[in-house]
Design a protein around this ligand. Structure first.
Ligand code: NAD
Ligand code: MG
Length: 399
């Protein structure tokens, strides 16, 4: 008799309370025969963290904010789930040996846990793009040294991963990242500059966390993704293109020298790339539904407008300038998006901060040596302070 018994994969979910984190929980709960969860982590949402830990049967729940550990202990007092708190506990949790760590923290804050996971030999499913932007070469080298597989979760990079043959890299003509264009694709520059937080948070095709939603509206998300792709697939910027594809059905394409173009299609549902990364090279039922080609309307492709959305231009410029510029762009953007969400600056000011960061600030910081991860963190912090100062002194705070 054939046995269908497969070993369950043990998973840790970093950023389990977020949009990608909760979609990961969904995929895991739909496939209980395939996965077991070791740990779940979150920043502050202690109620959802506790509920998630119970839902997936985690052994450990870690909350970054140490002031919330007592709340977490109380919420989990009737369960066997162990609790910890603080960023060091998150790092240790990432390092604990499992089959795969889902990296779904938002922002640069996910860098250390990602490094800890890789250094300790854990395969990583990476949604958290900002560490790849800020320290892509460092991370990919570390993964190679430790024999660790990086499985991209960002839908475009997961799409490319599915149709990209690493050993055929020399035959790739171009990677083509698709972009929905975000909520302001057809707005004029003045309207975009004055967009409100509510307008910017409303993505037409995807439901996502606040930061990536704002990044999609400025198209900084696609800029970060150009850099992410360059590091993940180790290709020069000239071989990475962006096309506006409003329907978000084709998640990206690889164009080969022989004229073949391979694409990955699917619903706009993060459960597909999450499942693909978690179960690679197998495939799972995600519950998200299968694409019905008869229901597809026309698929359209347009050139991005880099005058309206200069972020894209800056991604190429940063790749040309090197890792320090990528760190600078990412850090500036994190500060600017947070300030916009707190209604301190206008939507148009986000891109002003990022342009200032690369055109004016980076030339003064280019001497920074980037040999260690501490060097990356120091430059990130320096840019944070400089952009906060720029906001206070140069941008008119809104009423
Ligand atoms: P989110 O804001 O919904 O969730 C972020 C998670 O990170 C939460 O669990 C939060 O508690 C945790 N977190 C935040 N700050 C932290 C800190 N300082 N220390 C520890 N934990 C912290 O974000 P999201 O939309 O799920 O995105 C997560 C990452 O995945 C981002 O880097 C984003 O760019 C990327 N991504 C998201 C999507 C999507 O559909 N949401 C798609 C592609 C890529
Ligand atoms: Mg994406």
């Amino acid at each position: 008799m054939f046995s269908s018994m497969k070993q369950k994969k043990i998973v840790t979910i970093l950023g389990a309370t977020g949009s990608v984190g909760q979609n990961t929980v969904d995929v895991i709960c739909k496939n209980p025969e395939s996965f077991e969860v070791y740990a779940v982590t979150a920043n502050e949402n202690v109620e959802l963290l506790a509920a998630t830990a119970i839902k997936v049967g985690a052994k450990l729940a870690v909350i970054a904010n140490q002031n919330l550990e007592n709340d977490l202990i109380k919420l989990l007092s009737d369960s066997d789930v162990k609790t910890r708190s603080g960023s060091e506990a998150i790092n240790e949790c990432a390092a604990h040996n499992v089959d795969i760590v889902m990296c779904a923290i938002v922002g640069f804050a996910g860098l250390r846990p990602l490094i800890y996971a890789i250094e300790n030999g854990n395969n990583v499913a990476v949604a958290n793009k900002e560490p790849l932007v800020a320290a892509g070469e460092f991370i990919t080298n570390l993964a190679k040294e430790n024999g660790v597989k990086i499985l991209p979760v960002d839908s475009e990079h997961n799409a490319i991963f599915q149709v990209f043959e690493d050993n055929n890299k020399g035959q790739v003509y171009k990677l083509i990242l698709t972009a929905s264009g975000g909520p302001f694709l057809n707005w004029n520059k003045k309207e975009i500059d004055n967009a409100t937080t509510d307008q910017a948070l409303k993505h037409p095709n995807w439901s996502m966390g606040a930061k990536i939603s704002i990044d999609s509206a400025t198209m900084m998300n696609k800029a970060l993704e150009i850099i992410e792709a360059a590091y993940l697939f180790d290709l020069p910027s000239e071989q990475i293109d962006v096309v506006i594809h409003r329907q978000s059905i084709i998640h990206s394409m690889v164009s080969y020298k022989d004229g073949s173009m391979l694409a990955q299609l699917g619903q706009s549902d993060m459960r597909t790339p999450i499942a693909s990364a978690l179960s690679w090279p197998d495939r799972l039922d995600t519950g998200g539904g299968i694409l019905n080609v008869y229901e597809l309307s026309t698929l359209t492709f347009e050139k991005p407008d880099i005058v309206k959305f200069p972020a894209l231009k800056y991604a190429y410029k940063c790749l040309e300038l090197g890792q320090g510029a990528c760190i600078t762009l990412n850090a500036s953007n994190e500060v600017a998006v947070a300030a916009f969400l707190e209604k301190i600056i206008s939507f148009g000011d986000i891109i002003k901060c990022n342009m200032y960061a690369i055109d004016n600030l980076y030339p003064k910081l280019a001497y920074y040596e980037l040999k260690t991860i501490e060097d990356v963190e120091n430059l990130d912090q320096t840019v944070h302070l400089a952009i906060k100062e720029y906001i206070v002194t140069k941008l008119t705070p809104k009423g």
